[in-house]
Design a protein around this ligand. Structure first.
Ligand code: GSH
Length: 218
């Protein structure tokens, strides 16, 4: 079996999501740099595999995919027998719960948290001005989402049940950036969310992604 290709920098939250999934599943991959500073993600050749001009793009055999969560689901199904075999659940009920929390991540957690990642982590690096009103508004929205998580994680070790799954994994990239800023208390001040965050971010797969994010772009 050959390796799959992932296009984009590990510093991108969406690329990091796919990398974490690949590492959990122990699937060999090649990371292909896309120089976003030079606008390579908008180049005609790249748009053939990612028509929205975003990262990541993904290639396996004859298939090319975009959307990090769709790529992750594909990886779990295609490589069901490799690495972490329970990552996408075993059976209908587990899968349904994982899907529910994956949707919660994409529809409820991601919108405010991705704004905060941009405002708090990327804007300073890109020497862009932060918008305090936008930060405050999205902090409020994320706090409400995390209150729901706090209750869920009171009764359950992980979001979808007793095991770490794709639903938990999908939160790692945004949570990593936010906990590295002065708004980290959004997660760490909530007892159960903090316990969950400590556990999921300690996984060797995620630690490897964080190491990849620290390496200078090639
Ligand atoms: N929903 C997409 C989001 C992809 C996305 O927003 N990628 C960002 C980096 S994290 C990007 O390419 N930004 C550059 C742009 O939109 O021009 C996914 O999960 O793959």
């Amino acid at each position: 079996m050959g390796s799959v290709n992932v296009y984009g920098p590990p510093a991108s939250t969406a690329v990091a999501r796919v990398l974490a999934c690949l590492l959990e599943k122990e699937v060999k991959f090649q990371l292909i740099p896309v120089n976003m500073a030079k606008g390579k993600h908008k180049a005609p050749e790249y748009l053939k595999i990612q028509p929205f001009g975003q990262v990541p793009a993904f290639q396996d055999e004859s298939i090319t995919l975009f959307e990090s969560r769709a790529i992750s689901r594909y990886l779990c199904d295609k490589f069901a027998d490799k690495g972490n075999k329970g990552l996408f659940g075993n059976g209908l009920l587990e899968r349904a719960s994982i899907e529910q929390w994956l949707e919660a991540e994409a529809q409820s957690f991601n919108p405010p948290s991705s704004v905060l990642v941009f405002q708090l982590a990327f804007a300073p690096r890109m020497r862009l001005k932060q918008d305090p009103a936008v930060i405050e508004q999205n902090e409020g929205k994320l706090a409400k989402v995390l209150d729901v998580y706090e209750n869920r994680l009171e009764e359950s070790r992980f979001l979808a049940g007793d095991d770490f799954t794709l639903a938990d994994l999908s939160h790692l990239p945004n949570a990593q950036y936010i906990t590295g800023t002065d708004r980290g208390h959004l997660l760490t001040s909530r007892k159960n969310v903090n316990r969950w965050w400590e556990e999921i971010s300690s996984r060797p797969s995620w630690k490897k992604v964080v190491e990849m994010q620290k390496a200078p772009p090639s």
